[in-house]
Structures are given as structure tokens and as C-alpha cells.
Design a protein around this ligand. Structure first.
Ligand code: CMX
Length: 440
């Protein structure tokens, strides 16, 4: 068994036993109450999930196993001569629950390098799509094509004991994470670079190797950006669409490939991960509207109002949980201030940030007028030459695998059950309310 799997087993199995005792002892503890509005608000704020890897606070933002993004950027191990923490270390932290040593982080990386072999038929499936197919559609289908490799599905078919589910979920999750950069880079090079592909470089860390396979191997700035990008997009507790979908589909004991592909279909929605491409499209449309150049703050204000008056959303702003500037936005802003402070597109993003919260705040229905993670990421990518914005959500997806698959392994260790919330009809609701009123 590999070192990470051993470490995980040592930590997770006693923890699972402890949690079972905790559930038994506290089963009657009331957590909250909900009303008709909660049911019609997409279940926002209703506690219904357990996710160990991260926790989101509306004011402060995300904490991964208790560590905020600035703390992670300081405490997670990094390579000599570089400044950004490596996603390998974040994965270790989310899975094991403790900060990794440099060696722990390194072991995760070499483990993924060994597993990063994509079967040929996966490339054939991608190549069967018309070239103009959206990269997220190609990505989701490629993950489905990899399902032929599922060790969980094979073990289940042979009748594996449920106490060993986690073992095979771990194998599938590690294989998937190892292979996703290769698949994503293949889609990028096929779609935008004439099908000229670049072999992996096993000497590089996971994010830098991804940058290399995308075609940015000579660009140290882009490699640093990929390290940061892969860390900050990895997890956002359990209720967001991609994390929740992984958990929900996985709860039917669908294997990690089936669950993660489904999650990517949710990430491909414009209210979730697709917002990162929509932000750049929105800024370019704004510039085109004005005949090019850098818009003034007043022109940005007018364009925000125009967008809302046309019944559309301003992409990159608002959040279902957050009520302040997303620290993932701030981390990218700090990166940009260091590496590209005079970039025009980056400066437009900052000008939007200067004016949008006040204008959006004037629309009383908008609960959060502040920027989310997607408001900044595209401008950084454009700076380094990745201008094909339809591809951006695939980058988000590769990173998101780290958090949601670490969580899926925990789901199987904890033996979490099939998810099956109750639904009712509106007639049922009316009758229920009428009955309550009659008896009061
Ligand atoms: N622009 C215009 N209107 C917005 C808005 C925005 N950025 N954010 C919210 N609103 C509107 C909603 O569309 C909704 O309008 P209706 O009542 O007419 O339907 C109203 O304000 C209330 O919405 P809310 O309670 O504030 O926000 P929700 O929790 O329903 O939705 C989110 C959250 C992110 C989908 C929403 O803010 C939005 O659409 N933002 C733009 C898209 C975006 O950036 N998504 C990425 C989120 C981060 C991620 O998952 O990657």
C-alpha cells in the first residue's frame, strides 16, 4: 500500500469510529429550523451535509481544515525558488486533516506522477467530438470514458465488503486526479493548438506539469499562477453545485468517475464555474460596445446597470453564501499586483471592483454585491497568453477534483448513506399550512 493510503487509513478509520459514537450520542441535538422560504430558496442555509475538507464563513470566506487562504499560502510547503504553495500539499491537508511536511507533499506528487497514464480510448472519445464542442463537454465525456478503469466498480461487482469501499474510492480518486491535467491539456491543444500535443514532464510538480502540457512550459509566471489557481479553486465546503453533485451521485455508490463527471456538468453552468469565462466575455463585450480601449468607471457603471436591466447577471459578482469580497479574489488581486500591476485587462477588473459593489448594493434583491473567485481569474490567464476563455472552466474543474474527491473518500470511510431529501407538491404545502392554521 502507498504511504498516503497508509497514513490516511491510520488517521481516518479511528476517526470514523469516533464519529459514529458522536452521532449516536448526539442524534437528538437540534441544529436549526427551516420554513417555506428555505424550501423555495434552493435550500440555502439548511444544514444537510457533512463535509470534512473545508468550511465556509459568510463574512470571512473559506477555511480548509481550519486554515484560511492567506494562512495556507504561508504554511503549505512550496518548492525552492518559488512562492506559491503546491496543490499536492493542500490535497494532503484536506484528506489527512494535518499540514503536510515537505516529504509528505512530495510523496503525493510522485504518487500522482506514477498514476498519470490515460488509456488511448479516452483520447479517441475526445477526438470524436466536433472541434467546436465546448471544452467542458469534452472534459465531462472524457471523465466518463475513463470510467472503464474504475477499481471501485470492479470491486463492487466482485462483492467487496462495505467496510472496504473507501479503499477503492481512494484508488479511483487518486488515479483521476493524476490523469485530469493530461486530459484537460489534450482538450486544450486539440481545440486551440491544431492538435499538437505536449508530452508530460514527470520532473515537474502537478500544476507546473499541467502548465507545461498546456504549452506554457517556458513561462515561470504561468506555472506560479497554476499553483495558486489549483489551490484556491480546490474546495468551497459541501453545498456548492459541484461538491454537492459529487456527494449526491457518490451516495448511490456510483464510482468516483461517474460522480465527478456529473459534478463537472454542474460546474459548467454559468451561475457556477462557467462564470469565469463569462466575466472575460462580459468585459470584452463592454470594450466592444465602446469601440475598444479602457472604459472609464462611469462607463463601467452604465454597463453594469444595462446588464441588469436586460435581465442578465453581472458575472463574477454575488454568492449564495459569501457576504464579503471572496478571499480567493483577494489572493488573485495580490498575485496580479506583484506580477502584472500595469496590465490593462487586470486594471479593468480592478475598476469594476471599485464601482460594482456600490451599484449592485443598490439593487435590494442582490444579497451579496461583492466579487467571487471568478471575477479575477480570467484576466490573469489572458495576461500570460491563454485567451481561449471557453477553456477556463476546465481549469476550475481540474482543481475542484482535489476537494470533492478527498471528500468522497471521507464519505465512504464514514459510510454516509444514500442521499434522499423529501420533496412535496405545492398542493401538499397549501394543505399542510391550512391544517396548521386550523389547529392553531
Ligand atoms: N448580477 C445581477 N443580479 C444578481 C447578481 C449579479 N451578480 N447576483 C444575484 N443577483 C440577483 C439574482 O439573479 C436574484 O434575482 P431574481 O430574484 O430576479 O432571480 C437575486 O439577485 C437574489 O439572488 P441572491 O440571493 O443574491 O443570489 P443567489 O444565492 O440566488 O445566487 C449567484 C448566487 C452566485 C448564482 C448569483 O449571485 C449570480 O448569479 N452571480 C453571477 C454569476 C456568478 O458569478 N457565479 C459564480 C459564483 C461562484 C462560483 O460558483 O464559481
Amino acid at each position: 500500500m502507498d504511504k498516503l493510503k497508509n497514513t490516511f487509513e491510520e488517521k481516518a478509520l479511528p476517526k470514523a469510529a469516533e464519529i459514529k459514537e458522536f452521532i449516536k450520542a448526539n442524534a437528538d441535538h437540534v441544529l436549526g429550523s427551516y420554513n417555506v422560504d428555505s424550501v423555495f430558496s434552493g435550500m440555502k442555509g439548511m444544514i444537510g451535509l457533512i463535509t470534512e475538507t473545508s468550511l465556509l464563513d459568510a463574512e470571512e470566506g473559506i477555511r480548509f481544515r481550519g486554515y484560511s487562504i492567506p494562512e495556507l499560502r504561508e504554511k503549505l510547503p512550496r518548492l525552492e525558488g518559488t512562492e506559491e504553495a503546491l496543490p499536492e500539499g493542500l490535497f494532503y491537508l484536506m484528506l489527512v486533516g494535518e499540514l503536510p511536511t515537505y516529504e509528505d507533499m512530495w510523496e503525493v506528487g510522485s504518487n500522482w506522477t506514477k498514476r498519470a497514464v490515460v488509456p488511448k480510448h479516452v483520447y479517441d472519445v475526445i477526438d470524436a467530438f466536433p472541434i467546436a464542442t465546448h471544452p467542458m463537454t469534452q472534459f465531462s465525456a472524457a471523465i466518463m470514458a475513463m470510467q472503464t478503469e474504475s477499481e471501485f466498480a470492479a470491486a463492487y461487482r466482485k462483492g467487496v465488503n462495505k467496510k472496504d469501499y473507501w479503499y477503492y474510492t481512494f484508488e479511483d480518486s487518486m488515479n483521476l486526479i493524476a490523469r485530469l491535467p493530461r486530459v484537460a491539456a489534450y482538450i486544450y491543444r486539440r481545440t486551440y493548438k491544431g492538435g499538437v500535443h505536449i508530452e508530460p514532464n514527470p520532473k515537474l510538480d502537478w500544476a507546473a506539469n499541467f502548465a507545461h502540457m498546456l504549452g506554457f512550459g517556458d513561462n515561470e509566471g504561468f506555472k506560479e499562477l497554476m499553483r495558486l489557481y489549483m489551490v484556491i479553486h480546490a474546495d468551497h465546503e459541501g453545498g456548492n453545485v459541484s461538491a454537492h453533485t459529487t456527494h449526491l451521485v457518490g451516495s448511490a455508490l456510483s464510482d468516483p468517475y461517474l460522480a465527478f463527471s456529473a459534478a463537472m456538468n454542474g460546474l459548467a453552468g454559468p451561475l457556477h464555474g462557467l462564470a469565469n469565462q463569462e466575466v472575460i466575455r462580459w468585459v470584452l463585450d463592454l470594450q466592444a460596445d465602446l469601440g475598444g480601449g479602457k472604459p472609464s468607471k462611469q462607463q463601467i457603471e452604465e454597463y453594469i446597470n444595462k446588464t441588469i436591466n436586460e435581465g442578465k447577471v453581472v458575472p463574477g459578482y454575488g454568492h449564495a453564501v459569501l457576504r464579503k469580497t471572496d478571499p480567493r479574489f483577494t489572493a488573485q488581486m495580490e498575485f496580479a499586483k506583484k506580477h502584472m500591476p500595469t496590465d490593462e485587462l487586470v486594471n479593468i477588473v480592478w475598476d469594476v471592483y471599485d464601482v460594482a459593489p456600490t451599484i449592485l448594493g443598490n439593487y435590494k434583491k442582490i444579497k451579496n454585491p461583492w466579487p467571487n473567485v471568478d471575477a479575477h481569474s480570467g484576466a490573469l490567464l489572458v495576461h500570460y497568453g491563454m485567451k481561449e476563455y471557453d477553456f477556463y472552466t476546465v481549469l476550475f474543474g481540474v482543481s475542484r477534483a482535489l476537494g470533492v474527491l478527498a471528500s468522497l473518500i471521507w464519505d465512504r470511510v464514514l459510510g454516509l448513506p444514500l442521499e434522499r431529501p423529501k420533496s412535496v407538491t405545492i398542493d401538499w404545502l397549501k394543505a399542510n399550512i391550512a391544517k396548521a392554521k386550523a389547529s392553531s
